[in-house]
Design a protein around this ligand. Sequence first.
Ligand code: PLP
Length: 392
Amino acid sequence: MISGRMAELVKGGAAIRAMFEEGNRLAALHGRENVFDFSLGNPNFPAPEAVRRAIAETLEEDDPLLLHGYMSNAGHEDVRARVAASLNARFGTSFGAGSIIMSVGAAGALNVILRTLLDPGDEVIAFAPYFVEYGNFVAGNGGRLVVVPADEASFQPDPGRLAAALTPRTKAVILNSPNNPTGAVYSRDTIAGLAAVLDRWQRAGGSAVYILSDEPYRELAYDGVEVPYVTRLYDNAIVCYSWSKSLSLPGERIGYIAIPDEASESRLIFDAACIATRMLGFVNAPSLMQRAVARCLGAEVDVGAYQRNRDLLYGGLAACGFDCVFPQGAFYLWLRCPVPEKDFVEAARARNILVVPGSAFGCEGYARLAYCVSPDTIERSLPAFGKLADEL
Ligand code: PLP
């Protein structure tokens, strides 16, 4: 008999499977080219050539015993040193190899750090709308997710609302910028405002509250918008990064945790996170991918192509009269449903447009469209959106 919690998750998972199956059903009926699936955040642009070359060179040049063997749970020391140096050059940080733990993507990074920090019943704050897996990650590591309602005018996290959510059980606050699902990039003012609230809380005798900066979309930011480096604005910040989106490698499961020396108990956190990496069964991040990404730290996917997709979809939907949040980053568009959310999602589906309801992200009344699709799909979808707008 599976656990009650897993039984609930299986039921919840049925909705996602149903969406996937609905896509296949519609494709069989109308042809794949007439189904506009904006539901999945799976990158459609291939990994850059530099990554393919780096993998080939790693296989060719690295000592196979080193490449395929066990290593420190934190990952290859030379890889961690290169990641640290690259971050220091970009963000003026002072990381060393001893600040970096290679991880199994951002999901692995978050689970490791939550396992490291949480005692049963500890609270972790997230701002709605939020990546739905946070609930599972936090609960799976014994904690309780506390959701702060969205500021629907800006979709920036509100410092006043953060202050109201803090309790003696608060251990961490998850920030995700550029954001899934809104596409918002949190400004320097926003992050400084949140940091000021947490600093005040800690100075008044509250225990350390860590910001966990979940950054799989850091490199996907448009029009030169700044994505501030959180550890420069708040001492107790820990970065959970992934190359899943910046290098289109989500299936390869590679990322890192960066723990700055300034963070309270940073050495202890590092040591405990190494143990958590083992306990959770990862043991270490995939070795070949560690060594390959270290060879191409400057590479990134064609961010301009995502920006062109954003412009095409945002412009097209605005022309139809839909009210969307203008995405500054990531590859998601957040649409204000002109009718009740359920009716909108159903009406869109009837026109072969698949979107994810906002309530899946803890924020009802919206729909998320993932525009990591081919530009052609967006262009062909616009007449269907036009009809949808007329109908609604
Ligand atoms: N955090 C957010 C906000 C995401 O959107 C995702 C993936 O879509 C993840 C974490 C997990 O990333 P990864 O595949 O690198 O584990």
